[in-house]
Design a protein around this ligand. Structure first.
Ligand code: SF4
Length: 226
């Protein structure tokens, strides 16, 4: 008798969880930065909800490789992409406030990520993420399902089906399902966000140590539930 590996068991558990949980929901979205975890979640969810809205935060500061990869994934998987834009363009923000990612990254993330996302989540009752506990000490207490309250007071179910997964589980799933990954991983990046705030990790044991040069751990979106 063969025994399922941890990876295989995680896939079964996450797939069953999503099937059961999404069967009674019709107001679901996924947020995706098109990193490996998000691709795994989108791959799983679109098997259940093929036209699930995939929300992408267009900060204006992404790597060109990220946008190229995103566009290819959208075409290949016929994704229902929702591009979430900040109120100001990069040029407008820099003219008004200077280069906030250098001087005040929390403010920059608030303007270009947090506030736009929270506005865009309003139509939904279920929000799926690719977050994992292992990614950061700020995510150590992440739950597979949690309640998330927007600044308006509206509460959504926030689902993170990969919460328990290890990095190797994510890459195993991608390989097993022939999911091509963002080419920046091949250059050594282990967590990929906006280009000015992403570098190669300086701590091999901390995949997010290349984000914000260690000045902060989170953009602010996920602080409430973690
Ligand atoms: S990650 Fe950097 S560039 Fe992107 S919104 Fe945050 S501070 Fe701005």
């Amino acid at each position: 008798m063969t025994t399922a590996s941890a990876s295989e068991q995680f896939v079964v558990t996450a797939t069953e969880f999503l099937r059961n949980r999404l069967a009674r929901e019709d107001n679901v979205c996924v947020t995706s930065s098109f990193q490996a975890e998000d691709m795994v979640v989108v791959h799983m969810v679109r098997a259940i909800l093929p036209r699930v809205p995939v929300l992408f935060l267009e900060t204006g500061y992404h790597f060109p490789e990220t946008i190229t990869y995103r566009n290819q994934a959208v075409a290949d998987w016929n994704l229902n992409l929702i591009v979430v834009n900040p109120e100001r363009t990069v040029a407008e923000q820099e003219a008004e406030f200077g280069i906030l990612n250098q001087t005040a990254p929390d403010r920059c993330c608030a303007l270009r990520k947090v506030e736009p996302l929270f506005r865009s989540l309003a139509p939904y009752s279920v929000w799926l993420t690719g977050l994992r506990r292992e990614q950061s000490k700020s995510r150590a207490n992440l739950q597979v399902e949690d309640a998330f309250t927007l600044p308006t007071g509206q509460t959504l179910a926030k689902l993170s089906p990969l919460a328990e997964w290890k990095t190797s589980d994510v890459f195993s799933y991608a390989e097993a399902n022939a999911i091509p990954l963002l080419p920046l991983y091949e250059q050594g990046y282990t967590s990929i966000g906006c280009a000015p705030c992403t570098s190669l990790p300086f701590d091999p044991d901390d995949p997010r140590s290349g984000r914000w040069s260690g000045r902060k751990l989170e953009c602010g979106i996920h602080l409430q539930a973690t």
